[in-house]
Design a protein. Structure first.
Length: 182
């Protein structure tokens, strides 16, 4: 038994010896596979100086789910859109647009408890934007809380006075006040 433990320990030590470096970390902890070395040239003979070889992130894990969710929302399939926006928030929890979409979907199916939570997350990620206040105002309009809706629509209008969506929602609010149904 002692012999097998000693043999296993020596095999482990030999494997670890092959992994050792001289202690100098020249990469700064970042692994780049397509970075050219100084003095490398392109296939056209040009130097790589000034060329950006590592692009910014153009695709996020939640992009496909958000795109599908927007299509479902436009088709007025709010339950399907909500499920896809929820998936997007799970794939990318810091995607404020996905949280806004989830909140809008839950508004449309009258799950205001869920929309309040989603708007809370969206505000933390996106801040005080015209889109945020416009959507929250519309949420209050759907709930019948017209004073809260007006306050949020006016905040959105202050931030984006030329936004036609905000202007249309203010008109919708004024028509709602005139046509109160009980």
């Amino acid at each position: 038994m002692r012999l097998s433990v000693a043999a296993a320990a020596s095999l482990l030590m030999m494997a670890l010896v092959g992994c050792q470096t001289n202690g100098a970390d020249t990469t700064g902890g970042v692994v780049r596979t397509n970075e050219p070395s100084k003095g490398d040239v392109t296939s056209f003979g040009d130097a790589f100086d000034g060329l950006k070889t590592v692009s910014d992130v153009e695709y996020y894990a939640s992009d496909q789910a958000v795109a599908e969710a927007k299509n479902q929302f436009r088709a007025e399939n709010y339950g399907n859109a909500g499920a896809l926006f929820f998936k997007a928030t799970q794939l990318a929890p810091n995607d404020g647009g996905a949280w806004m979409g989830l909140a809008a979907c839950t508004d449309r199916i009258h799950r205001f408890d869920l929309s309040d939570r989603a708007y809370g997350r969206a505000f933390k990620l996106m801040g005080a934007s015209p889109e945020y206040y416009n959507n929250v105002g519309y949420s209050y309009l759907l709930r019948g809380k017209l004073q809260d809706a007006r306050a949020n629509f006016l905040k959105a209008y202050e931030l984006a006075p030329n936004d036609p969506t905000v202007a249309n929602n203010l008109k919708l609010l004024s028509s709602s006040v005139q046509n109160i149904e009980r």
